[in-house]
Design a protein around this ligand. Structure first.
Ligand SMILES: [Ca+2]
Length: 493
């Protein structure tokens, strides 16, 4: 009798079976900013911007100085974080329009599915940009497959980015505040009759495009793509930060008495940069700096809510960004003119979209007061490895083949050396990192020959050592080709 009940108990608590005891199993929160650079946080060396909210995590946690996403743009980067796979294994893992189909196979293992399997309540708030539906979504009806089908039991998201239609929020697969008498329609091919656009109606704009963004005008800001109807549901950019924050806080409140996993996707500092009036003009660096201060405030308020709910001690919080920074990203918002001495990519060369270090070396902080000692780690880590690592932490296994490595001891600051190698995806090219070395294979119109940099000695990637290090180069070329086969590369660049 006793044996039977023990067996039943173990079946209900797989974490107890596989190592970590129930008490050691933390709640998990990933706060992922959008286009926030390695050098944008004061805890990473910024002096022109002060980010006390994010700095608090660094003071109380482990700050990584050699952490990477897999790609220099949102969609492929987020794809890896969620699925533990290199984005080059999915030809659709490229910057998506707002009406793109979900690019994650709903049968595939994902980070939220792993944690759901471990008994966690799972939720996603904020930026999404992984596609929704099957490619022909009626935005007025239930939108699926989406967040729920990849493992988030609760979701309050934007379909893509703040500069792409549809400019509405979607909660649990339903458009928020949609009036059935005023249905919303979305197109990325043509405008709807009678609707003004950024291209044709500049007199209606309060923020002007520098490139692209000639589509529908929502809240005085021109977007990519066209929408009509759904007026009551249209978002107000100024209120977005607080709305996402409140939804994230509500999730904490609702699930404080059980194990939970929350993905909190900050929409800043992606364009259009429209801060709440409390932050407008506060950075002295224009809207880009202002929305970073706003994002930092969101982090600060979120952490205070965790304090208030008694969740701080046993919650593993990860703060990171989906790719490197960018200044002019399609709107005239003075990001370049007002940057001054601030270096958004820190010591690195390259930006969002590039395969250089600045495109994918991102801020990454782990705080779990109960287990992780505060400090700094220079180990090479990657967001893609969170899937296998958090599966290990929660005693889960899965049968899908992924590229995710279990580097849990490194994430927790305990032991190990982190990753030995990593493929880095630019917008249409790749780089290959091995130890302190980065190889840039040739691409038409970019570089004719292989380039090789020692990024420890040469973070700006200016001193090409390909000729001097021929043996190393050959070995890396061969390993890179091998990795393409091993990890099922199917992209055609
Ligand atoms: Ca991004």
């Amino acid at each position: 009798m006793r044996a039977t009940s023990l067996f039943g108990l173990a079946a209900l608590m797989p974490a107890a079976l596989f190592g970590q005891s129930q008490q050691e199993r933390p709640n998990i929160v990933i706060i992922e900013a959008d286009d926030l650079g390695f050098g944008d946080l004061s805890c990473y060396g910024a002096t022109a911007l002060k980010t006390p909210g994010m700095d608090r995590l660094a003071e109380e946690g482990l700050r990584f100085t050699d952490a990477f996403c897999t790609a220099a743009t949102s969609t492929p980067s987020r794809y890896s974080l969620l699925t533990g796979k290199y984005p080059w294994s999915n030809k659709d893992a490229k910057i998506l329009p707002g009406n793109a189909a979900l690019i994650i196979n709903t049968q595939q293992i994902t980070l939220p599915k792993v944690l759901k399997q471990a008994g966690y309540a799972t939720g996603a708030v904020g930026k999404w940009h992984l596609g929704l539906g099957d490619g022909s979504v009626d935005w007025n009806d239930r939108i699926y497959p989406g967040a729920r089908e990849v493992g988030y039991e609760y979701s309050f998201i934007q379909a893509a980015t703040n500069d792409r239609v549809p400019c509405i929020f979607i909660e649990n697969g339903k458009g928020v505040n949609l009036d059935p008498k005023d249905p919303i329609y979305v197109s990325y091919k043509r405008n709807f009759p009678g609707e003004p656009t950024g291209k044709d109606n500049p007199e209606l704009l309060r923020m002007h495009p520098s490139v692209g963004h000639g589509g529908s005008i929502v809240n005085g800001v021109p977007r990519i793509g066209f929408q009509t109807g759904g007026k009551k549901a249209q978002w107000k950019d100024e209120d977005m930060a607080e709305l996402f924050l409140n939804k994230a806080k509500d999730f904490l409140k609702e699930h404080k008495d059980e194990a939970f996993f929350l993905y909190y996707g900050l929409h800043q500092p992606h364009v259009p940069r429209v801060p709440n009036e409390r932050f407008a003009g506060k950075s002295g660096m224009g809207p880009r700096g202002d929305v970073i201060l706003e994002a930092d405030w969101c982090v600060s308020e979120f952490l205070k809510e965790m304090d208030r709910l008694g969740l701080t001690e046993n919650t593993l919080v990860i703060l990171t960004s989906d790719n490197g920074p960018v200044l002019d990203d399609g709107y005239k918002d003075q990001a370049e003119e007002l940057i001054g001495s601030h270096k958004p990519a820190g010591p690195y060369r390259g930006w969002k979209t590039t395969r250089l270090m600045g495109g994918t070396c991102i801020p990454f902080i782990v705080r779990w007061p109960k287990v992780v000692k505060p400090g700094v780690s220079d180990k090479l880590v990657c967001q893609m490895d969170l899937l296998a690592s958090l599966a290990a932490l929660t005693g889960q296994s899965y049968s899908d083949r992924t590229d995710s490595q279990n580097t849990l001891p490194v994430f927790l600051g305990q032991a190990g050396n982190g990753r030995q190698e990593l493929v880095i995806e630019g917008m249409f090219d790749y780089a290959f990192r091995q130890g302190d070395w980065v190889m840039l294979p040739p691409y038409p119109g970019k570089n004719k020959e292989y380039e090789l940099y020692n990024i420890k000695e040469d973070p700006m990637q200016q001193n090409n050592l390909a000729d001097k290090e021929r043996k190393r180069l050959r070995q890396m070329m061969m390993r890179f080709e091998q990795l393409k086969r091993e990890t099922q590369k199917i992209t055609d660049f």
